[in-house]
Design a protein. Structure first.
Ligand code: VGL
Ligand code: ZN
Length: 201
């Protein structure tokens, strides 16, 4: 029995160099994530999984460009390039990732009207993905997080995990971020640290 689980956040082609929403050095986390996988029995992967008409895509808002911010149904929303479309190669897990070791996949961002950075809840905290409930059923109390992107999906997954009562560690060497504004990644790490996430370097 184990009370630990590894959470692989959005290790998908579109977040790797050459992808639609490439995270700089995103590919470098894959071998590090594989090394972490070897030390866990319970491994969860989150998967950004958008329908083509998703409201976070700039292309679905005439006149808007990627990386502009809009109000989307009452929530502030950064507009992104079309990425991680359900069933498309960009949404698939990164090549080389030990996908055969993944215990369970939680998909998010499926509702076109709202984005979902966290693996636990959508950005309005309206609907649960079922991740917290599933982890508790397995007896999990402690989480190690890694993946992409530090300043979006990793950060919101970590903060929700704390709020759900899990002990949370972030493995920085297996994490990279977007840095839309310089310093975003450093600020995200500080926010996680000050909220109670143990930062492992
Ligand atoms: C992500 C932006 C849009 C992420 C997902 O995985 O951090 N970022 N969709
Ligand atoms: Zn997305």
């Amino acid at each position: 029995m184990t009370d630990r689980a590894l959470i692989l956040v959005d290790l998908q082609n579109d977040f790797l160099p050459g992808g639609a929403l490439a995270v700089s050095e995103g590919d470098q986390v894959i071998p590090v994530a594989n090394g972490l996988i070897d030390g866990f029995e319970i491994i969860v992967a989150t998967q950004d999984w958008h329908p083509p008409d998703h409201g976070s895509f700039a292309a679905n808002h005439p006149g808007k460009q990627p990386f502009e911010t809009i109000d989307l149904n009452g929530l502030s929303q950064v507009l992104w390039p079309v990425h991680c479309v359900q069933g498309q190669p960009g949404a698939a897990f990164a090549p080389g990732l030990q996908v055969d070791r993944i215990t369970k996949v939680f998909r998010k961002g499926t509702d076109p009207s709202i984005d979902s950075y966290s693996g636990f809840f959508d950005n309005g905290h309206r609907k649960s993905t079922g991740l917290a409930e599933w982890l508790r059923e397995q007896g999990v109390k402690r989480l190690t997080l890694c993946g992409l992107a530090t300043d979006y999906c990793v950060k919101f997954t970590a903060l929700d995990a704390l709020a759900e009562g899990f002990a949370v560690a972030l493995h920085l060497p297996a994490t990279r971020g977007v840095n839309l504004e310089p310093g975003d990644v450093d600020r995200a790490v500080e926010e996680m640290r000050s909220s109670g996430v143990k930062i492992e370097d």
